[in-house]
Write a protein that binds this ligand. Structure first.
Ligand SMILES: Cc1cc2nc3c(=O)[nH]c(=O)nc-3n(C[C@H](O)[C@H](O)[C@H](O)COP(=O)(O)OP(=O)(O)OC[C@H]3O[C@@H](n4cnc5c(N)ncnc54)[C@H](O)[C@@H]3O)c2cc1C
Length: 526
């Protein structure tokens, strides 16, 4: 390892790896320093629950990566990545044995919705057609640095074709309402609401409808693909592409400080060495750690320091992985087996669970996201078995247990196991006999998640709340909304930066592009 590079990237999560690739594409010498023993951040997999079963440790489904112009431009398929799709994208099982299903073929989704409530099929196809007109522009605007002038203008030009202000109103309608306004049956609405529940925006708040629509329509257009062989194969492809271009990766190398001189980042420190960064430092680091730990307080611009005092993490997470000796015995087999499964009795119950988390209560009947991974990618476990997971959110600070008081919210071993029993009971109601298929179970609570990736503060999956007051120009602090940090040559390229959580690489891409642009401007200056 040399002692100076054009750029140093701190952290090898998807954003760090995207930034590193883009900088290497510009011919820069780039070093990535990763604290953990392996690259990937929250994109990782291992056979560590049961031999023969691959489990994704954190994230599992990648619609945002499949749709992201940046990730697509990297051509990861040439570096060993193969996407796999489940027969159906998403399913929501009900306790009466029926399902709401999203199939990648919109006609099939529409047919299924129509069978449950005549007329909903046509309404679904109309929604899809509206998305066809503005979806790419909307996604482009969301993933670009703020303000996204060009995609926003293109979006405005197309709005009239989808109903103008009436459609804008739909985008601003809270997720809990969106389905009720457009569909007579409950199925389409609960799919939209469940997809909004992937982030921590309350389902009755503006912004939740947009997210629900975005995730649902991505399911309808690109699907929810997974990397064949495990989530780690996506990280491997990013890493391989980077090292093929001469980039250097070092694991077990935690950065403990960033050197700043004359208001400009000049390099980084690990516990054993100092590395100079001639042109840029990109931090794939959660904002409170970047501004509160890696930088000396005197180096943080006062405006940023003040803003960070009010920075909010998103809720914590408990994730349970199961190795099953048989497919899940759902009450009724769905018409098409879904990869992603949402667990909630109704939109109302989903709202109640999310509201309890916001209010500091451990949810009594948690709203869960789950994944049938062998159904999606048969290489994940032996034929006839299932590699399965579910996760749900819990408060960062627990005041009470809405489920009767046996979970204290300190997330030690007992708390995690008791809460995992509560989660498992939710599956058992929908799939009687589920428990008897379990070969092995592993519970990752907030502490275990953070120990495996320091960015997951208190088990938060999104690098900070996704609520409107910390999005766009307010992310991570009011006035930023871009990768710039107020310190020359230092860029925030993690999920804490706009546009936030999810594996789309946009924060890393924004950071790399800003670094290259500023470097050019600096070199041009006399
Ligand atoms: C349980 C879970 C499930 C999720 N499910 C999905 C999903 O299905 N689909 C989806 O799109 N998104 C999902 N997400 C969100 C998504 O994984 C994250 O938003 C995304 O990984 C963020 O990428 P990142 O590069 O910003 O940070 P991370 O992936 O968190 O990576 C940050 C990296 O930086 C390293 N690091 C931090 N500090 C230092 C330091 N000081 N020195 C060196 N290295 C450091 C960390 O070790 C880590 O490797 C999920 C997240 C979790 C936790």
């Amino acid at each position: 390892m040399r002692s100076d590079y054009d750029a140093v990237v701190i952290g090898a999560g998807p954003n760090g790896l995207v930034a590193a690739n883009l900088l290497a594409d510009h011919g820069w010498s780039v070093l990535v320093l990763e604290a953990q023993p392996a690259i990937g951040g929250a994109v990782a997999s291992a056979e560590d629950v049961q031999p023969g079963f691959v489990h994704d440790t954190f994230s599992a489904f990648y619609p945002l990566a499949a749709a992201s112009p940046t990730v697509r431009s990297l051509g990861l398929e040439e570096h060993g990545l193969t996407w796999r799709h489940a027969p159906a994208v998403l399913g929501h099982p009900f306790t009466d044995g029926s399902w709401a299903l999203l199939h990648r073929d919109r006609e099939v989704t529409a047919r299924l919705a129509d069978a449950q409530h005549p007329g909903d099929g046509a309404a679904w196809l109309e929604l899809c057609a509206q998305w066809d007109t503005i979806g790419d522009q909307l996604l482009g605007a969301l993933l670009r640095p703020f303000p996204p002038v060009r995609p926003a203008l293109s979006l405005l030009a197309r709005l009239r074709r989808v109903g103008g202000l009436a459609f804008v109103r739909d985008l601003l309608t809270p997720a809990a309402e969106l389905g009720r306004n457009r569909f007579a049956g409950v199925g389409p609405g609960i799919l939209l609401a469940g997809n909004a529940g992937h982030a921590d925006i309350p389902l009755d708040a503006p912004g939740s409808g947009l997210l629900g629509l975005l995730m649902t329509m991505l399911g309808q257009t690109v699907g929810y693909p997974v990397p064949q062989g495990g989530a780690g194969r996506l990280a491997d492809a990013l890493g391989r592409r980077f090292t093929d271009r001469g980039g250097e990766l070092r694991c077990d190398a935690e950065v403990i400080g960033i050197d700043v001189a004359g208001g400009r980042a000049t390099g980084v420190r690990t516990s054993t060495r100092r590395v100079r960064a001639r042109r840029a430092v990109v931090a794939d680091v959660v904002a409170p750690h970047l501004f509160g730990r890696l930088l000396h307080p005197d180096d943080v611009p006062p405006r940023v320091a003040r803003g960070m005092e009010r920075f909010e993490m998103d809720p914590g997470t408990v994730k349970v992985d199961w190795a099953l000796n048989a497919p899940i015995p759902w009450l009724t087999e769905p018409a098409h087996a879904p990869g992603t499964v949402h667990v909630a009795d109704s939109i109302g119950q989903m709202q109640e669970a999310l509201g309890q988390v916001q209010a500091g209560a451990v949810p009594a009947a948690p709203f869960m996201l789950a994944g049938q991974m062998t159904t999606t990618d048969p290489t994940r476990s032996p034929a006839g078995t299932e590699s399965f997971w579910a996760y749900t959110h819990v408060p960062q600070e627990t005041r009470t247990d809405a489920g009767g008081g046996d979970v204290r919210g300190i997330w030690d071993h007992d708390d995690c196991e008791r809460f995992a029993d509560r989660m498992q009971a939710r599956i058992e109601r929908l799939a009687p006999g589920f428990g008897s298929t379990v070969l092995a179970r592993r519970v990752l609570g907030p502490r275990e998640l953070e120990a495996r990736n320091a960015n997951l503060v208190g088990g938060a999956v999104g690098g900070g709340t996704s609520q409107l007051h910390q999005e766009l120009v307010f992310r991570p602090v009011p006035g930023l909304g871009r990768a710039e940090t107020g310190i020359g040559g230092l860029y925030l390229g993690s999920a804490s930066a706009h546009p936030g959580g999810g594996v789309h690489g946009a924060a890393g891409s924004n950071a790399a592009r800003a670094a290259v642009l500023h470097d050019r401007l600096r070199l041009r200056r006399p």
